[in-house]
Design a binder for this molecule. Sequence first.
Ligand code: SF4
Length: 319
Amino acid sequence: MNSNILEIENLHVHFPIHIGTVRAVENVTLDLSQGEVMGLVGESGCGKSTLGFSILKLLRPPGIIAEGQIRYHGHNIVEMSERELLGIRGKRIAMIFQDPLTSLNPLFRIGDQFVETIQAHESGVSKKDALERAGYMLKRLGIAPDRLHEYPHQMSGGMRQRIMIGIALVLNPDLLIADEPTTSLDVIVEAQFLDLLNELRQQFNLTILLISHNIGIVAQMADRVTVMYGGRLAETGSVEAVFADPKHPYTQGLLTSIPNIKLDQTQLHTMPGAPPDLVDPPSGCVFHPRCPRVMDKCRREIPLSFNDKGHLAACWLYG
Ligand code: SF4
């Protein structure tokens, strides 16, 4: 039996603008199985957040899914109507965003924001019952239920982030998309948050797509990792395989760029060049202008994905 909860196949996401078409996601294929954590990493603008938003068809205009399928439990989300999506968005697939202060409504008490979420998806639930569920969820997140009467500005950054998770999980989704969930947190709160996410993953048997530019967090949390570059999938595999033996020169560069206190480094390693223009991307391999191992073929032909026991790299060095 196929245990994949999510299957993305040949996904293309485009943003037609006045100077051309931004090819934000190109030909991405990946899957997530029940209960696993997949880390999605890459530089800003590589398409990882766009991919996350596409899964819920929450692309900002003029973004469109130009091609491909996103199957959730075998049902193609791309072909679903807005009405059909209402039964999935928030209820079966939840998302937490980068900044909890802007994601929570400052004008409403925390309790009311829980009630609104529950009542929008489950008709017939009274306000009293919804608040009871919200209080129970807060307790599990280590926040006293009486704080449901407070407004977001009365909470610390870490508490707001936990409340965002609570609102995301109160409907018992089976897939959580976490888009840079620790960006606005300091290191101590970040560590607490990651512990909590791990705990909730066990409790709820959650599948998590963890989008982050922070490789350390992905190494700590994820079972598998996917590296994106220029809207394309560069490499994917188990965290152990990719981090111990990165195949793609971009992944190698990313890992070398992480500061290491054990090494006597006088200078930080950086990757020369800049991310590609996605309106007019380079021919062949999109990474070729920055690649230290570029070959003639790389400038002409888009590399195929070579698969070594589930460790995939889109690079002409293999095959
Ligand atoms: Fe570098 Fe060529 Fe591999 Fe692209 S295909 S990453 S340019 S070696």
